[in-house]
Design a protein around this ligand. Structure first.
Ligand code: HEM
Length: 407
């Protein structure tokens, strides 16, 4: 596929703001998406492991992890939409072609995700207070995990297929015979997929440090449980970290010949270093883990590490599409639209910021309170501000739309 053809597949209307904004947001939001996916997969795995254990600490952890997974699935799905939008804006020739070539799987993605999410909620509903009861319907959790893995694999294949425009014609018409069924998955890389999925282990390990600190804040009385969390978090971080580094190395070694130099460049080293720092950090903190807000910092360090990993992933796309195929997402035609760009940042910063701040404050304070939690006046005001802003947003949405249509 020559470069001119790739450019011809672009949206002739252009993009509504500088493409670098979309590129940066794609990387940042994808880092958050994959971090939520890791928490989802990691907490689901710990939930099922703990559900079958006779030890009280494991059973208590299973209880907490089912609740974590239930929230993480929503976060993973909602935050997944953001990179989806940014990627299809600046990489539309690639993303849409890949989607059309495997259209059947793109549609199946939604149904598999629905079934997997339902299965997770069935497990949750059947195992209320799992800590004190025998596990019920464990197969629901297994189905959920398998479903999430299939969904992740579909996303993976779609991403990898975008990187091989040279193959598209052959995939569309193998040996010259058109196959418009969209039923095939045409390309995947087990090491790359394995790397992104098994990162769940170090990530959930680090997450356990945050959970531990949260319990300390709520005056946790079972010191044995806190020790158990610290030991498990450290072990998951160490073992999961090593496995991830091996998979990263295998992925890099298997890169196509035309970008094989990438494997020895700065990005894989930066990603590996960020992962090592993230898993070593809680251990290095030592006793400080139990002091002040230090206990939360492993989660912050891991978030930065995920952004580095996401940037490396983007660099692979850059050297492939720009370096090999001559496609530069940053020279997209700009049709500057201040209204939609301003609205986006206002929605994100003001509306989103207020509502997320309200929800996090409520969740945080409720968890740290013994007995019934009553929000303060300031917190209630924040909630009311969120609702008013949302109503204003809806009014401007329909108002501006109607004004544009009928002016
Ligand atoms: C909950 C199950 C999910 C799992 C386990 C999962 C997993 C993954 C993985 C492993 C990747 C990296 C693929 C690679 O680069 O090789 C990925 C990428 C991505 N996922 Fe998810 N995902 C899930 C759900 C979703 C949902 C619901 C959305 C959107 C609504 C979404 C949107 C994306 C996007 C946009 C990308 C990046 C595409 C690109 O940059 O080329 N994911 N996902």
């Amino acid at each position: 596929m020559d470069t001119a053809m790739l450019y011809a597949l672009r949206d002739p209307l252009g993009v509504p703001a500088h493409p670098v904004i979309f590129l940066v947001l794609a990387v940042l939001t994808w880092a958050l998406h994959i971090a939520a996916v890791h928490v989802l997969l990691g907490s689901s795995a710990l939930a099922i492991r703990g559900a079958f254990s006779a030890q009280d600490h494991w059973r208590r952890l299973a209880d907490a992890m089912v609740n974590t997974a239930k929230v993480a699935v929503s976060v993973a799905i909602v935050i997944g939409v953001a990179p989806l939008l940014f990627v299809q804006v600046i990489y539309d020739p690639f993303w849409y072609t890949s989607n059309v070539l495997s259209a059947w799987w793109v549609i199946a993605f939604i149904f598999i995700l629905i079934v997997a999410t339902l299965a997770l909620f069935i497990f949750y509903a059947m195992n209320y207070e799992i800590r004190h009861k025998k596990v019920r319907a464990p197969s629901a959790m297994i189905i959920a995990i398998i479903g999430f893995l299939v969904v992740g694999f579909i996303m993976h294949a779609l991403s990898v297929q975008t990187l091989e425009p040279d193959q598209w014609r052959e995939w569309y018409a193998p040996n010259g015979v058109i196959d418009a069924s969209g039923r095939s998955i045409h390309a995947f890389d087990p090491w790359r997929f394995g790397f992104f999925i098994l990162l769940s282990f170090p990530v959930i390990g680090i997450w356990l440090f945050g959970y531990r600190r949260y319990l300390q804040g709520a005056g946790e009385s079972d010191a044995g449980y806190l020790d158990f969390l610290q030991r498990l978090g450290t072990r998951l971080g160490a073992v999961g970290g090593v496995i991830s580094l091996i998979l990263l190395t295998l992925w890099m070694r298997g890169l196509p010949e035309d970008i094989s130099d990438f494997a020895t460049g700065i990005w894989p080293i930066a990603a590996a270093a960020a992962l090592i720092v993230a898993v070593a950090y809680p251990v290095l903190l030592g006793k400080r883990l139990d002091r002040g807000m230090w206990g939360y910092t492993p989660v912050l360090v891991a978030t930065v590490a995920m952004i580095v990993v996401a940037t490396m992933r983007e660099a692979v796309r850059w050297v492939t599409l720009f370096g090999v195929h001559g496609y530069n997402p940053l020279d997209y035609k700009i049709a500057m639209d201040w209204y939609s760009t301003g609205l986006f940042f206002l929605t994100f910063g003001v509306l989103g910021g207020t509502i997320v701040a309200y929800l996090l404050t409520i969740a945080w304070q409720a968890g740290q309170t013994e007995g019934t939690y009553t929000p303060s006046r300031a917190v209630n005001l924040l909630g009311t501000a969120g609702v008013v802003l949302l109503l204003l947003w809806i009014a401007q949405y329909f108002g501006f739309g109607l004004w544009t249509a009928y002016k």
